[in-house]
Design a protein around this ligand. Structure first.
Ligand code: CAA
Length: 388
């Protein structure tokens, strides 16, 4: 299936590419080494509208389609994968959950500043003992008068130390699994919100991954997002969009690794000729280019399906699975082509290789994506559940 992009989509792609290569690329290496949060770049992205891409103009957003969003995110990731994950979680999960499930008051109060990039939003689902199986979460939210009181710990939270707003999932009815979960809009200035330990990660070092703790956190009842007991559906629908973002991020990193490998292979001479003239290496590059192109088609297909408002969990999981695994294969091959130099911090391929490692893990591991694809293709999940 071929994709012809519209004029608007091409303009967004070009704007994102120019911004990313001029603003993010020169800073990416230092930010990775120092673990520096890209605050100044995020402010510039806000001015360009990249922090409210899917949000209607009436709420301060850019109001473009998912294909445009994926194209922009790919370009941002090409230059800096850390910035891309912040952008993805903010747009798909924080803005997305409020846009699709928030009341008008919640949209005015929280979505408008999020879309304008006045602050960054995050998503808090995972816990120390509940990652792939979020329905077994232990965080509770107990209604007391006009408030919910939250207790528990959320782990692996992108922006846990830096974001202002969090979409938080907690059990309002601990007796139940997914049907006992509710979603809340929580800001870090609420009483009982505690910033926990920041992880020391191998990659994506300019984006913090930090624990957050709710210690009798007092959340106004009007910050319940959607209905009580329906939070799991809010989270799962959010992740459908979130995974398109991670797939686009993976694609951007794969593209960057391929370009670095091609560039290096033309300069590096071995046995009297540039290494790109050795057939073994040419075949490696052909395989990498094919892998990148296959991922691109899957990402655009999933985004286009979402834009048609069709059920797209299968296509989204296929794109996320393939693109994230592709980014790992392609960065590994690109590092191999760089030889010993690729193993040093002087060459950016080393950063890309480390960054890519997260893609097959967060927002649903590769194994979880396979479960989702199999459930959709075979279509027997309900029956199996009913049969115990
Ligand atoms: N949209 C809407 N509803 C959905 C849905 C979707 N995409 N997927 C599932 N549901 C619904 C089902 O229809 C079902 O509803 P009913 O019971 O009413 O029929 C309900 O949710 C439960 O579905 P399952 O029985 O399939 O759920 P399960 O308990 O077997 O769990 C899963 C399966 C939770 C979907 C699991 O496959 C999954 O996705 N795990 C990974 C979780 C994850 O991605 N975590 C990432 C954390 S976020 C993160 O990493 C962010 C970051 O900071 C980078």
């Amino acid at each position: 299936m071929g994709f012809s992009l519209t004029k608007e989509q091409l303009i967004i792609q070009k704007t994102a590419r120019e911004f990313a290569r001029k603003e993010l690329l020169p800073k990416a290496q230092q930010r990775d080494q120092k673990g520096e949060y890209p605050l100044d770049s995020l402010k510039k992205m806000a001015e360009l509208g990249f922090l409210g891409m899917l949000v209607p103009k009436k709420y301060g957003g850019m109001e473009v389609d998912t294909v445009s969003y994926a194209l922009a995110l790919t370009e941002i990731a090409y230059a800096c994968a850390s910035t891309a994950v912040i952008m993805s979680v903010h747009n798909s999960l924080a803005c997305g959950c409020i846009l699709n499930h928030g009341t008008e008051e919640q949209k005015q109060k929280y979505l408008v500043p999020l879309a304008k990039g006045e602050y960054i939003g995050s998503f808090a689902l995972s816990e120390p003992g509940a990652g792939s199986d979020p329905a077994s979460m232990a965080t509770t939210a107990k209604r007391e008068g006009d408030y919910y009181i939250l207790n528990g710990t959320k782990k692996w939270i992108t922006g846990g130390a830096t974001s202002y707003l969090f979409i938080v999932l907690a059990k309002t009815n601990p007796e139940h699994r997914h049907k006992g979960i509710s979603a809340f809009i929580i800001t870090r200035d609420m009483e009982g919100f505690v910033t926990g330990r920041k992880e020391e990660k191998m990659g994506l070092r300019a984006s913090d991954t930090t624990e957050i703790i709710f210690d009798n956190c007092k959340v106004p009842a009007e910050n319940l997002l959607g209905k009580e007991g329906e939070g799991f559906y809010v989270a799962m629908a959010g992740l459908d969009a979130g995974r398109i973002g991670i797939a686009a991020q993976s694609l951007g990193v794969g593209m960057a690794a391929l370009d670095l490998a091609v560039e290096y292979s033309k300069q590096r001479v071995s046995s009297g000729k540039p290494i790109c003239e050795h057939q073994g290496l040419r075949w490696m590059i052909a395989d990498m280019a094919l892998d990148v192109e296959a991922a691109r088609l899957l990402v655009l297909n999933a985004a286009a399906k979402k834009d048609r408002n069709e059920r797209c969990s299968k296509e989204v999981s296929m794109a996320k699975l393939y693109a994230s695994e592709m980014a790992n294969r392609v960065t590994a091959s690109a590092l191999q082509i760089h030889g010993g130099y690729g193993y040093t911090k002087k060459f950016p391929i080393e950063r890309l290789y480390r960054d890519a490692r997260a893609f097959t893990i967060y927002e649903g591991t590769s194994q979880i994506q396979k479960n989702i694809i199999a459930n959709e293709v075979i279509g027997d999940k309900k029956k199996r559940k009913n049969n115990g």
